[in-house]
Write a protein that binds this ligand. Sequence first.
Ligand code: SF4
Length: 76
Amino acid sequence: MRPDRRGGEEAEVRVRIDGDRCTGHGRCYTLAPEVFGCDDRGFGEVAADGDVDPALEGPARLAAANCPEEAVFLEG
Ligand code: SF4
């Protein structure tokens, strides 16, 4: 964690899904349901605001590594 401009804590890692690539295989939300969810058509979406709790970085990276469309991006 590093301090943000408001004096709070900012996550080290952020995650996003490229909706143009996602074809809805569901591996992300199966492997890391705390980080990812799905919309009503089964396409992956980031469950929260994109900040990854450090305790969930491993599952988030596992999901990114297993996305067949390489649609999951971790930054930071
Ligand atoms: S694993 Fe990849 S293709 Fe499948 S739902 Fe998640 S982001 Fe979409």
